[in-house]
Design a protein around this ligand. Sequence first.
Ligand SMILES: CC(C)(COP(=O)(O)OP(=O)(O)OC[C@H]1O[C@@H](n2cnc3c(N)ncnc32)[C@H](O)[C@@H]1OP(=O)(O)O)[C@@H](O)C(=O)NCCC(=O)NCCS
Length: 165
Amino acid sequence: MNCIVDSKDFKTIRKIAFDTWPDAYGKIVTQEQLDYMLEKIYDITSLQHQQENLGHRFILAIDENNTAIGFASFSTYENQNNHHRLHKLYVLPNQQSKGIGKSMLDSIYSEIKKNGAGSIELNVNRYNNALAFYQKLGYEILREEDIDIGGGFFMNDYVLFKKVQ
Ligand SMILES: CC(C)(COP(=O)(O)OP(=O)(O)OC[C@H]1O[C@@H](n2cnc3c(N)ncnc32)[C@H](O)[C@@H]1OP(=O)(O)O)[C@@H](O)C(=O)NCCC(=O)NCCS
């Protein structure tokens, strides 16, 4: 089951991020960069800022034991007509490959489709296995993007795009 949630669930989201990122990014970025990014993005005040000021909406995936096992966030993008941005999509390592990531994307598509046909884009690290997951689900590579995230660190990403209709 997937639910749209609010700030009372940010501690849970932070915990899932800290349990997922070492597995997802441990071989892609240094430990220093991993720690820097986790604190920058998943500090509770940072999550609140994303929700209150940037309009990000958060989704939790809940299993049959009522345990949170993944999360996602998305928002509309640059005031373009029903164009959206996926900011986060993470499933706990021991819960991956069970259809949970796809089901959270489907929940986001349902929200988007309430306003008619739309589209969604996202950034994925060029060396992340998740690239193949997105391509399998119909995302196309728009361009490469190297982003200076501060602290002397960069993210080497692809921007991916998919129509939602
Ligand atoms: C990427 C991620 C969100 C995918 O979620 P998931 O629940 O593991 O994936 P699903 O089980 O929903 O997979 C859906 C389909 O994609 C396929 N798939 C999943 N991961 C894949 C991969 N790395 N490469 C190729 N195909 C993949 C599955 O086989 C499945 O195919 P099927 O429908 O034919 O059975 C999840 O593995 C994850 O959290 N990874 C680590 C964090 C991360 O990198 N997040 C993305 C940040 S941009």
